[in-house]
Design a protein around this ligand. Structure first.
Ligand code: NAD
Ligand code: MG
Length: 393
């Protein structure tokens, strides 16, 4: 019998982390969980520990680790660690075959890079890692012969459409976007509330990515992610608004053929494929009934109403650490919006101002990324504070 594939899951209490554990439950012993990490959600993490019995678990702070140990009582087989070193320990566990990178935001950069350096295959959900550190991740993964298997549904679709083809046969990547909850909204963007922004029409996701989907920054990030995952120029990637979220993305080849990936909107499908690749695991999920699909529509996005997408292209054009700054500024602005400190329409304005006089540096090592990230955060906070104190940016 083939032994179970061993997984370390970074961000196990999040939306992707929970769906990954659902896939493990559905896999009939095909996967074993050896490491888990969470931020602060002890309640859910405790349930996950009791059910999956990982060897090591990491949380954000020493205090959370102490509380977790007390609450768990004597569980001799589980080691609890914390902080940056703790996350790195889970990402680099000798036992793990695959690391599921599903933390949100730049917090995932250091552990994901550590996992690649340790030679682990990566099931990558955390797209901010590619936005902030794409060239470094690509270089390290190639050097260590590590597979980066996409979990993001569009990239999983593209990955599957590309299989068996040579790069030169590809003429375009057609990246689909639902358009988010404000696809048809013409005005009043300044008064959008966080509650309205996180209500995605087709997918149930964490708060940050839901806001990114509402601003279309998520699609800008996905263009950058596709560029580094598939080694293509951004000009070859076309974003198409496809409100039905049935076609998860497509690839056009040099003979004019277009291959598409279709399915229901359930992240367990791309997660499962990333874990079982190059095989496919049977999944007991509802099927897409094509007879109920009355229409599939595709339109070009409106970057006037959704300037974040244009900002992502701008950062790609600037090169080097500009996309690191894009990501950091977006993270700070989205956090401020979620805390009711920044109007929705000023998310793009904040990022635009951060990029305005940002001088991109070439990315040669992790330090280049971490310092660009820190610099852009300081600038973004300053811009937002200016708005709060003066009533204008
Ligand atoms: P989420 O907010 O639901 O979960 C995030 C996880 O990361 C949680 O376990 C949380 O505890 C942990 N975390 C948050 N901040 C942390 C920090 N500073 N340090 C350590 N751990 C921290 O997010 P999600 O929706 O599961 O998304 C995770 C990643 O996957 C994101 O990068 C997102 O863009 C990407 N993604 C998500 C979906 C989706 O359907 N949810 C689809 C495609 C890609
Ligand atoms: Mg996606």
């Amino acid at each position: 019998m083939i032994r179970a594939k061993r997984l370390s899951i970074l961000g196990s209490t999040g939306s992707i982390g929970r769906s990954t554990l659902d896939v493990v439950r559905m896999s009939k012993g095909r996967y074993e969980v050896v490491g888990l990490t969470a931020g602060q959600n002890i309640e859910l993490l405790m349930q996950q520990i009791l059910e999956f019995q990982p060897r090591v678990v990491a949380v954000m702070t020493e205090e959370t680790a102490t509380t977790l140990k007390e609450r768990l009582g004597p569980l001799p087989n589980v080691k609890i660690v914390y902080g940056k070193e703790g996350y790195i320990e889970i990402a680099t566990m000798r036992l793990a075959d695959v690391v599921v990178s599903a933390m949100v935001g730049a917090a995932g950069i250091v552990p994901t890079v550590a996992a690649i350096e340790a030679g682990k295959d990566i099931a990558l959900a955390n797209k901010e890692v590619m936005v902030a550190a794409g060239p470094l991740v690509r270089k390290l993964a190639d050097k260590k012969r590590v597979n980066i298997l996409p979990v993001d549904s569009e990239h999983s679709a593209i990955f599957q459409c590309l299989a068996g083809h040579r790069k030169r046969e590809v003429s375009h990547i057609l990246l689909t976007a639902s358009g988010g909850p404000f696809r048809l909204k013409q005005d009043g963007f300044e008064s959008i509330t966080p509650e309205e922004a996180v209500k995605h029409p087709n997918w149930s996701m964490g708060q940050k990515i839901s806001v990114d989907s509402a601003t279309l920054m998520n699609k800008g990030f996905e263009v950058i992610e596709a560029k580094w995952l598939f080694d293509v120029e951004a000009e070859m990637i076309q974003v198409l608004i496809h409100p039905q979220s049935i076609v998860h993305s497509m690839v056009e080849f040099w003979d004019g053929s277009i291959l598409a990936h279709l399915g229901i909107a359930d992240m367990k499908i791309p997660i499962s494929y990333a874990l079982s690749w190059p095989e496919r695991m049977p999944l007991d999920l509802p099927r897409l009934d094509l007879t109920l699909v009355s229409s599939l529509s595709f339109n070009t996005p409106d970057t006037e109403r959704f300037p974040c997408l244009a900002l992502a292209y701008k950062a790609i054009g600037m090169g080097g650490t500009a996309t690191t700054a894009l990501n950091a500024a977006n993270e700070v602005a989205v956090e401020a919006f979620l805390r009711h400190r920044l109007p929705f329409s000023f998310i793009a304005e904040t990022i635009s101002r951060v990029l305005e006089d940002f001088v991109p540096q070439e990315i040669t090592c992790l330090e280049d990324i971490l310092s660009a990230d820190a610099l852009a955060r300081v600038k973004a906070h300053r811009i937002i504070d200016g708005l709060m104190n003066n009533g204008h940016l």
